[in-house]
Every structure is written in C-alpha cells, then in structure tokens.
Design a protein around this ligand. Sequence first.
Ligand code: SAM
Ligand code: SF4
Length: 329
Amino acid sequence: MNYLHDKFGRPITYLRLAVTDRCNLRCFYCMPAQGIDYVPQRQLLTYEEMLRIVRVLASVGVHKVRITGGEPFLRRDLMEFLRQLVAIDGIESVRITTNGVRTEPFLPELKSLGIKAINLSLDTLDRQRFAQITRRDELPAVLHCLERMLELGFEVKINCVVMAAHNADDLIPLAELTRELPVGVRFIEEMPFNGDGRQTTLEWDYRRILQTLQAHFPTMQKIPDPPHSTSLNYQVPSYKGTVGVIPAYSRTFCGSCNRLRITPLGKLRTCLYDEGIFNLRDVMRAGATDAQLLDTIAEAVSMRAANGFEAERRRSLHSSTESMAKIGG
Ligand code: SAM
Ligand code: SF4
C-alpha cells in the first residue's frame, strides 16, 4: 500500500472525525457557559461526505477512526453512519469519545457493530463538582453509562482534564477506580481551546500530575505505551486498570503522531494546534474527484508542521478562541 507520510517520515494511519459541534454539556475547559455558535446544519459535513473521506483515506493506509465531536450521540442517525463506517475496506478499528450522558441506550448496538473501545470523559466523581465543571447535573447518567460499558465488555478509557481550580482533588479518587475496574484513567493537561480565548496557566502539567500519583501510589510502575500513544502509562501492582498522563499542552509526543483531524465543518487539520489548511467539504462540493480529494489531503500532509509548537507559531492568530467541540479533541 502507498501510505501517506509527512515530510518527517511520520505515517498517517489514524483519523479523528468530529461528527458534530453540538453538545449537551458546557465543560468549562471546552465551551463558555452560554455555549458556542453552532454552525447551520447544512454547513456540517454530511455522513456521505464523511464516508467518502474515510474511503479515500483508507485507500492510503488509514485504518483507525475515532468518532468525536461535540457530542457524537447528538447527531441524528449516528448508528446508521457507524454501520457504514465499520464496513469500509481497510478500517480495522472504530472508536468513540463521548461524555456518556446519552450514550447508554446505544451501547448494545455499538457492540454488535464490532466497536470495542470507548473513551468516556469524566473529570470528577463528585456530583457537585461535576455540575460546576460541565454546568449540567448529569453525573448519575454518566456513572450508569460507565457501569453498563464495563458490563458489556467494552475497553474503556476515562479522560479527565486536570484544572487547578476545579478538580485537582479528584486525581486520586479517579485513579483509585483502577483498583477494581479494568479501565485506563488518563489525566490530560488542559489546552487553551475553551471557546472564549481564556489562557490556561497549566499549573498541572503532566510532571506534576505524575508526581502526585507517584506520591500516593509509591509502588506504581511504568508499563509499555502502545505505538503512537499520546499517554504515558502506569499501573499499581495488583490493580485491574491503568493510569496515564497525556502531555497535551507540553506536546512531548509529536514525533510519533500519526493523526489527522477532520472538523465538523470539514476542515482538515494535520495538528491539533494548526488552524486547518484545506476545507474538504468545499473541495468535494466543488465537484472534486476522489483522486483530487486525495491530492488535497496529501498536499496538506506535505505541509504538516514538525510539532505542535511550530503549528501554533504558524497560526494567523496566536491565541485561539476555538472550542474543542469544533475541533474534536
Ligand atoms: N463530547 C465528547 C466528550 O466530551 O468526550 C467528545 C468531544 S470532546 C471535545 C473530546 C475530548 O476533548 C474530551 O475528552 C475532552 O475532555 C477533551 N477536551 C475538551 N476541551 C479540552 C481542553 N481545553 N483541554 C484538554 N482536553 C480537552
Ligand atoms: Fe461537550 Fe465534550 Fe466539550 Fe464537554 S468536552 S463541552 S462534553 S464537547
């Protein structure tokens, strides 16, 4: 197969596809309290357009797709889309990132589609703090969803964004979940994509998170990280699950990054920190053939920055007012 590579030799094998910018939570680190301006439905990529992009990417070696958003389960007919997505030749793994509020009824069908892994965003186990962080009182629904995902045998990762003023006290209780549950709890550095341009101070970088975990769990051991992993992973001996830290703001993992992102509007991003170069929706709606679509993608990949710092420097506006819901996380 003729794999897509950037000029630094990094192969592109993984697509993160944001299927909507809508969300039913208002997480402090992702959106302002009043929400973000949603784009009109017709400006979103259609499912047909998304499937076409995935087919083209699969023909050049992309074999893993993560569905994200906004909240993916808010987009109508998601399950029918997933049914077609998992059937694409070359796509070996489809995973989903969700806030878990409306996800539970779909779990059996996800299972039957062969979707094995789900990432659940969960920043605290305390109901009041959950309501403060997400601005919605939905912790019971999310915990119920987690229980059901484990009952059904999904591989579950919990994503927790660590924020000084909000949930630093939740690190240990969340990590303690791994004593009895076979989950990966990953602590993510907060990035400045909160929808209102607020700068993040990164009081809790991955080193501090790790030191806090190590102080509490002195026997915690490093375990091997999967290839292209963004997380550094650890385990407390005899615990069923694992813990990880994701240096999303420190950007230590760019050297092995194999990802592309497609935003709900169809912008192709070769790095989380770039502004998106080409809009694949516009390219397709202007009548491009699959070969032309692939050429556009290959051109964007050839311009890919060496790392997230370079991508950020190249932005026309240095500080971002983007919301992660419009990028896909
Ligand atoms: N709504 C779904 C959810 O929350 O899981 C999927 C979309 S959300 C944008 C994807 C991931 O991005 C979530 O795990 C979320 O915690 C993370 N995220 C959002 N804003 C972030 C930020 N400013 N810094 C770090 N991670 C962020
Ligand atoms: Fe919604 Fe996910 Fe953003 Fe929270 S992180 S506001 S759940 S898109």
